[in-house]
Ligand binder design. Structure first.
Ligand code: AMP
Ligand code: ZN
Length: 468
């Protein structure tokens, strides 16, 4: 039985989807703010989201996963202005870079990836509802959410705001505050007519606060109530607390049933920051020569609800591990085996696969899940060495490995380098094709060699080739 630690209840609970048929699962994960390249801390959270996504599918559910792109906030507006670009021109390259990184890290793309700026109408609609039912008010250039109107404010973060919250009717001190309560947050900020980043709304031209975008996009694509909402731990308060207040304040229905939060990544025990020089984007690590699969392995090797301490020592270790895993699979695919089947080995394989599932069912315990995989690899390696693995076992074990990897995604397919002799044989075949005027075939050979980084040069002394 799949279990999650639900931040909302503070307990580990059996996962029961909301949907009547029990098979559809709707998941929302807060996405990146696309103002620069995503860093490895962001990717820790997105890889957690990917493992969550893949395991939900592994369990046979029909998944709809939404992840927003935050493409408007104060930072983006300022940076775009400094660069002399529109918001769209400024964010576009970072959106493209984000998807490239996602693909390189083997993170499956969500079914729906909406942009905040394309959902302003939906945000305006929620704000209008909140104004209408007195959960929001206008003051000093903004529309604020009135937290005193939402009885359950604090239920996710378990912060008690009762002492801080003034009565629904009472203002604290209008001379000092432009809001009724210090915790009230902006839903909409009014802007001048000549400000380019602004949208017309019935309550006045402006732009949205940050929190409202996720309420609007989650409810648009997943309905007013859905199954799982996830994100990094720093979003628990205020972002997720405010999402709940806005959504439930407007609909009077439960917003999300399960709330999952991933702990932060630190680097060499410290919080990542540019000033400490320990801030790394995914691209920084690729430039240093590390592989995407090793980075992925490291980022998922610690259960998501535990802090992950990133070090270069562990990253080097991850490089060795993924190489060993990949070599193992190649050996298993290519070994010369005797006929027959070893039922003991198959029984053990089944057991390791069920250990893997048990670990993943337990709130996605990836470190125990990896241990199950390593146990399987060790067992099969010794069977290969002792020649106790037989032809009938190969497919069975490979299938178990593929099942595990459909969730973890840590086996890389190594491109086998072509041997000189293989290249020369293909060149000879191409010459033959040309002599017989089969130019289609000769071009095909040339292209397929080029795809593997081998360039041909036709000289008067014959064909020369080199690796790019
Ligand atoms: P942002 O692009 O800042 O909106 O963040 C995108 C996601 O990355 C959010 O879910 C954050 O909680 C998460 N995140 C940011 N920093 C870290 C970190 N150091 N470790 C893990 N997750 C992080
Ligand atoms: Zn969000």
């Amino acid at each position: 039985m799949l279990k999650f630690h639900n931040t909302l209840s503070g307990k580990t609970e059996d996962f029961q989807p909301l949907n009547d048929n029990g098979n559809d699962v709707r998941l929302y994960i807060c996405g990146p703010t696309v103002w620069s390249f995503a860093h490895i801390g962001n990717f820790r959270t997105f890889i957690f989201g990917d493992v969550l996504r893949r395991y939900i599918k592994y369990k046979g559910y029909n998944l709809t996963h939404v992840m927003n792109l935050t493409d408007v906030d104060d930072r983006i507006i300022n940076e775009a202005r400094k660069a002399g670009k529109t918001i769209d021109e400024f964010v576009q390259p970072f959106i493209e870079a984000f998807w490239q990184d996602v693909d390189a890290l083997g993170i499956e793309r969500p079914e729906i990836a909406p942009r905040a700026t394309e959902h302003i109408a939906e945000m305006i609609d929620i704000i209008a509802r909140l104004l209408e039912n007195d959960h929001a008010y206008e003051s000093e250039g903004s529309i604020y959410y009135r937290i005193s109107a939402f009885e359950d404010y604090g239920k996710l973060s378990k912060i008690n705001f009762k002492g801080n919250v003034s009565g629904a009717s009472g203002r604290v001190d209008t001379d000092k505050y432009d809001k009724e309560n210090a915790q009230d947050f902006a839903l909409w900020k009014f802007v001048d007519e000549d400000e380019p980043t602004g949208w017309d709304a019935p309550f006045g031209r402006g732009r949205p606060g940050w929190h409202i975008e996720c309420s609007a996009m989650a409810m648009k694509y997943l309905g007013e109530s859905f199954d799982i909402h996830a994100g990094g731990i720093d979003l628990k308060f205020p972002h997720h607390e405010n999402e709940i207040a806005q959504s439930e304040g407007a609909t009077e229905k439960m917003f999300a049933k399960y709330w999952l939060h991933s702990e932060h990544l630190k680097v060499e025990g410290e919080t990542m920051s540019k000033s400490l020089g320990n801030y790394f984007t995914f691209r920084d690590l690729i430039e240093k020569g590390y592989s995407a699969t090793a980075i992925r392995y490291l980022l998922l090797s610690v259960p998501y609800h535990k802090q992950l301490n990133f070090t270069f020592e562990t990253l080097n270790g991850a490089e060795n591990t993924i190489e060993r895993l990949s070599d193992f699979r190649t050996r298993l695919r290519e070994a010369n085996l005797s006929a027959g089947a070893n039922s003991v080995l198959q029984g053990k394989t089944r057991k390791y696969l069920s250990d893997f599932e048990e670990a993943m069912d337990d709130n996605l315990n990836t470190s125990v899940a990896l241990a199950a995989l390593h146990n399987l690899v060790r067992e099969v390696n010794s069977a290969l060495a002792n020649e106790t693995i037989l032809t009938g076992d190969r497919e069975f074990i490979l299938e178990a490995v593929e099942k595990i990897d459909s969730v973890l995604g840590i086996f890389s397919e190594k491109q086998k380098e072509m041997l000189d002799a293989e290249i020369e044989q293909l060149i000879e075949e191409r010459q033959e094709a040309r002599r017989s005027r089969n130019f289609a075939r000769s071009d095909e050979i040339r292209d397929s060699l080029a795809a593997q980084g081998i360039v041909l040069e036709d000289t008067k002394d014959g064909v020369r080739w080199k690796r790019k």
